[in-house]
Design a protein around this ligand. Structure first.
Ligand code: CA
Length: 652
């Protein structure tokens, strides 16, 4: 077709409003008929809709009247509360997001700036400079619509409702459900299934939410529920969101003939997965605290809406015991100031204290409340050291104040895509500072080389052979917390014929002695990697020590016992505290080239203020690497402490 004929066609269409209007009417009619066929019109309350079913426009009007009058279905975002929360429902940032959304400036992936899509939104173009696919995928989470809803409930300003309705209809028109569409990744479909039912609570009473909008919205909801339940739910955190989306549509719209089946499939999945995805120690199998936190929500919210609607027996007490164990993970592994370690794909900080505070009264856990409030309420936990033996996370701390000394170590099974081959790695926190933050994960897609850099074993605080990635073959050998000495001994068979045994001793709740042994017969360079907090650092190659150089507050000294052939080698250091961003930081390794395994490094890590402490460590006698018991004399700033441990008898 030529350009001129194209123009003529547009003119012709433009001159035939009656025909166009008829077509739109026909589409609307088809939409309501599709919807009515999917609803159980014999359900009490739908009598008028049923009576009007041969008059599509009237039926849609009656259906809207039904939903506005309906009180039988409860939702956590209950619209009955709208008047109570006017002026108290959106903060400044939320209103900014909503005001942007009115102008088609939308959240894509929330880690990137909001993007101005102009008057006609192209829902399929990736405009991210890094070509990060998450940018486009996560646009379809429609995060800005939640802000529109909150702003509408906060202000009552119809501009927010009009913007929502306009974008909803545009999205429904331009983003049909089809396999492989960037708009229909199952995780986003699940997230929408949940969020759309919330939007419904926000916007149902707006004049902008017309019978036609209701019809399109409900057909869209059904499409989501059918799409999500017509396949097996994924076996990771995605599956929880997929199930949640289907469940929320099923609970919010029981008028659909298939609603009970959607709910049943989702509830069955959640009940099964809390046993499969949550280990006995409470940690979610993907080994990331951020996803762990998300999983708490995804498991809990469906149980909550079920309870609101008479389905409390759908989730047995064991389900809630697992949820409680999941919450307790934050108490055990959270950093003293409410921050978190960043193992695996924990790409940033999240607010786990809020989760503990929310669940403290539900589980009657004063210790949750204490940790959640930074010690302002209730009483502290009895212990200061915790082992999650199934997932391989361990923590030791000097106390519960925000300046406490704390170490969190990971040596666990492979948690899949979000997990990194980092067994043995740890973070040290002291004086309000993360002194050895994990490198983080930086990005998920778009910069494959960048993601790979952060994933490698050798950018973690552990031992490698020739800097190569390790396997996940963890084993706990000893866990013995105690007053003046916490002892942890873990092993990882990192390579064929090369087992890394790491012994961590927390001495007098002040400093750490780490004994690293390479056991086996492998040949190569044994490398012990360390990474420090961003900022200046002093690397002292002669004394085999390095320390941070903060002018104020707490620093960290890392010093290894000298031995023939030992070298301190500077490494490239990077750390990512925010998705998509990284900064340089000091890093180094202690190296023994052409090392004869078995061998041993002994390192002291001392958080300190003021002058760099003097450190000396000597073994008592000459226990060979791999010895089942050892004694050491550790001297820090002139104070000598004898420390020792013995592995349990029997075959390792
Ligand atoms: Ca890492």
């Amino acid at each position: 077709m030529s350009v001129s004929s194209c123009i003529r066609l547009f003119v012709v269409l433009g001159m035939l409003p009656t025909v166009g209007g008829f077509a739109a009417e026909s589409t609307r009619s088809k939409g309501i008929q599709t919807l009515l066929a999917a609803l159980n019109l014999d359900r009490p309350g739908l009598e008028k809709v049923k009576a009007a079913q041969n008059d599509p426009a009237a039926a849609a009007r009656e259906l809207l009247a039904y939903y506005r009058a309906r009180t039988s279905v409860k939702h956590p975002a209950d619209r009955a509360r709208s008047a109570d929360v006017r002026g108290k429902f959106a903060d400044k940032r939320c209103l900014e997001i909503a005001d942007d959304a009115v102008k088609n400036i939308l959240i894509t992936c929330p880690h990137y700036p909001r993007f101005d899509f102009g008057p006609d939104i192209d829902w399929f173009t990736n405009r991210n400079p890094k070509r990060d696919k998450e940018w486009l995928w996560q646009l379809h989470r429609q995060s800005s619509w939640g802000a529109l809803g909150r702003a509408y409930r906060h202000t009552g300003d119809e501009k927010y409702a009009r913007a929502y309705v306009r974008q909803l209809l545009d999205w429904l028109k331009k983003c049909p459900c089809r396999k492989g569409s960037p708009a229909w990744r199952t995780i986003e479909a699940g997230i929408r299934g949940f969020s759309w039912t919330t939007h419904f609570q926000y916007f149902l009473d707006s004049p902008a939410f017309t019978p036609e909008v209701l019809t399109a919205f409900l057909n869209g909801c059904r499409e989501h529920a059918v799409y999500l339940t017509s396949r097996k739910f994924s076996r990771n955190n995605w599956g929880l969101m997929e199930a949640e989306g289907a469940a929320f549509i099923g609970f919010t719209f029981p008028e659909f003939k298939e609603a009970a089946a959607w709910r049943a499939k989702a509830i069955k999945h959640l009940n099964a997965e809390i046993r499969k995805q949550v280990r006995a120690d409470g940690m979610q199998v993907e080994q990331c605290l951020g996803y762990h936190s998300g999983c708490i929500h995804w498991f809990a919210r469906t149980a909550e809406i079920a309870k609101l609607n008479g389905g409390e027996n759908e989730f047995p007490p064991e389900y809630f015991r697992r949820l409680e164990a999941m919450c307790a993970v934050f108490l055990k592994l959270g950093l003293p100031d409410g921050g978190n370690t960043q193992f695996g794909d924990d790409h940033s900080q999240f607010h786990w204290r809020r989760v503990l505070e929310r669940w403290a009264p539900v589980f009657n856990r004063g210790d949750f409340l204490y940790v959640a409030t930074g010690g302002k309420k209730s009483t502290p936990p009895k212990e200061t050291a915790f082992a999650l033996k199934d997932s391989g996370f361990y923590s030791m701390r000097s106390g519960w104040d925000e300046n406490a000394v704390c170490l969190v170590l990971k040596c666990g099974p492979n948690g899949g895509w979000h997990c990194q081959p980092d067994n043995g790695t740890f973070e040290i926190f002291a004086g309000g500072r993360r002194l050895t933050p994990d490198s983080g994960s930086y990005i998920y897609s778009g910069d494959a080389a960048g993601r790979a850099w952060f994933r490698r074993t050798r950018v973690h605080q552990t031992m490698t052979l020739d800097g190569k990635d390790i396997a996940y073959r963890p084993k706990l050998r000893l866990w013995k917390p105690g007053g003046d000495l916490d002892v942890l001994v873990v092993e990882n068979q990192s390579y064929p014929h090369f087992t890394h045994r790491r012994t961590v001793l927390f001495v007098k709740k002040k400093y750490f002695v780490v004994v690293d042994e390479a056991l086996g017969t492998a040949k190569g360079a044994a490398m012990l990697h360390f990474q420090l907090a961003p900022g200046d650092a002093i690397l002292d190659k002669k004394r085999f020590r390095a320390h941070t150089a903060f002018k104020d507050g707490t620093n960290l000294l890392v010093q290894t016992v000298a031995r023939p052939g030992l070298k301190l080698v500077k490494e490239e250091g990077r750390v990512s505290f925010e998705y998509g961003k990284w900064k340089p930081r000091p890093a180094f390794r202690f190296e023994l080239k052409k090392a004869a395994v078995p061998l041993r490094f002994i390192t002291v890590l001392v958080p300190y203020t003021g002058e760099v402490p003097t450190v000396r460590v000597e073994t008592v006698g000459s226990p060979p690497p791999g010895a089942e018991q050892m004694k050491l004399d550790a001297t820090v700033s002139g104070e000598t402490t004898r420390i020792g441990w013995a592995l349990p008898a029997g075959k390792p």
